[in-house]
Design a protein. Structure first.
Length: 431
């Protein structure tokens, strides 16, 4: 009997070992589905639940992994490995707020851990909590010099519109890692926006010496040269990009503008036309393209391009009308006796502009007449604009005014005209 019992134990041990080997084999072969099935046959334990959760995570079944990991964390909050995995799963599933909660829990448990610090920093950046991210990054730098943090800090300052600080930290990043073309690209964008073309050219020249194949940096270099009026070098740099297959808007635009500035109008027209096909909203592009078209012999086409540019430059009457009307309403709502004459004069000015933009808006004439009549006591001008308003009255009853409000004012104004004439007649007799 004793030997039978020992044999059974050995047999069970062999089965368990075989199952364990099967799980390990599945994991080694990245066959996580099979590993999950095999683990599910085993007696549950914290170790196996954690292993099963990591398998779920590796095949992007995050919700199932989260359920297992939350149970483990509830039972043992000091299980940092489970806490970090849970935070990762929440982050991978897009729930950054919950991820932050568990990354913070991990950081509280191991405040000096670089891994925990960087995880927490990363999630605050993803949540766009820029000030908190800056605080966390500076906290890390106090005890641990990590050059990779400089570009992150620069990004945060950009989002906070603090470009001077962003420029400083991007430069710090480039000093520590001269091969970081992503950071250099962000730095070049700042230089371009503030018009610092000398530093833009110098920084990109340095990079090109060690890596002449980077399209983005070569493009920034060409743009900087063009903006700095070094047109021949700009053409050389940007033309190489075109030959390498770069057909982007920026390369075509600045190459075209540089060719235009050197008098090569045919090439300018060709490049600017390519840029125009990609983006026809750039106001300067209309000018350069239209002029280069005229100088290249495409005179009618160039004239039309310039006319289209002017039309885009000048707002439509319908757009101006809305602005003028609201400005007039604004002046009408100011009840300041000291500036009353000025405010009323401004209201009249913008109501006149409303009528110029939209002659169908007959009430503008009535409003102007009423201001002269009731606010400025100028009967001559009031009578003038009341008469202009009455001149818009439809001749036949079937001709209903486009502005329905205006129709109800004609009879009132007609009576008021008679009253003003009578008042003016009385005043003359007194004199």
């Amino acid at each position: 009997m004793k030997y039978i019992f020992i044999s059974i134990l050995l047999f069970c041990s062999c089965i368990l070992q075989a199952q364990n080997n099967a799980i390990q084999t599945a994991l080694k072969n990245y066959d996580y589905e099979s590993a999950i099935k095999l683990i599910s046959k085993e007696k549950a334990s914290p170790e196996l639940d954690f292993l099963k959760a990591t398998c779920y995570k590796n095949i992007a079944r995050y919700n199932e992994a989260i359920i297992l990991l939350e149970e483990l964390v509830v039972k043992d909050v000091s299980n940092i490995q489970a806490v970090n995995e849970l935070a990762d799963c929440y982050q991978l599933s897009g729930n950054y707020r919950e991820a932050k909660t568990y990354y913070f829990l991990a950081l509280q448990s191991a405040p000096s851990s670089r891994f925990a610090q960087l995880n927490y920093l990363n999630i605050t950046v993803k949540l766009k909590e820029w000030n908190q991210a800056l605080q966390q990054a500076h906290s890390i730098l106090q005890s641990d010099s990590l050059p990779a943090l400089y570009p992150v800090i620069g990004d945060c300052f950009v989002q906070l519109s603090r470009m001077d600080s962003a420029e400083y930290y991007y430069n710090m990043g480039m000093n520590s890692n001269p091969d970081d073309y992503n950071t250099l690209g962000k730095l070049c964008k700042i230089y371009l926006n503030i018009g610092n073309y000398d530093d833009l050219i110098a920084s990109t020249n340095r990079f090109i010496l060690s890596d002449s194949s980077n399209q983005v940096i070569n493009q920034y270099n060409g743009i900087g040269l063009s903006m700095n009026k070094n047109y021949d070098r700009a053409i050389y740099r940007l033309n190489k990009l075109v030959q390498q297959g770069d057909s982007s808007f920026l390369t075509n635009y600045y190459l075209g503008a540089s060719c235009f500035s050197t008098g090569d109008y045919m090439t300018a027209y060709e490049r600017l036309s390519s840029a125009f096909r990609m983006d026809s909203t750039n106001q300067n592009l209309y000018y350069f393209l239209g002029k280069s078209a005229i100088y290249s012999g495409y005179k009618q086409k160039g004239i039309q391009i310039l006319i289209n540019g002017v039309n885009k430059l000048i707002p439509k009457d319908s757009e101006l009308f809305n602005y003028y009307l609201n400005i007039a309403h604004g002046y009408a709502s100011i009840f300041n006796e000291e500036d009353r004459i000025f405010n009323k004069a401004q209201e009249i000015k913008y109501r006149k502009l409303c009528y110029t933009c939209n002659p169908d808006y007959k009430l503008a004439l009535y409003n102007i007449a009423e201001i002269y009549d009731t606010s400025l006591n100028n009967k001559e001008e009031a009578l003038n604009y009341y008469n202009q308003f009455m001149a818009t009255r439809p001749k036949a009853k079937e001709n209903i005014p486009k502005d329905p409000q205006a129709a109800s004012y004609y009879n009132v104004v007609e009576n008021r005209i008679h009253e003003i004439k009578a008042e003016m007649g009385s005043e003359k007799k007194k004199k």
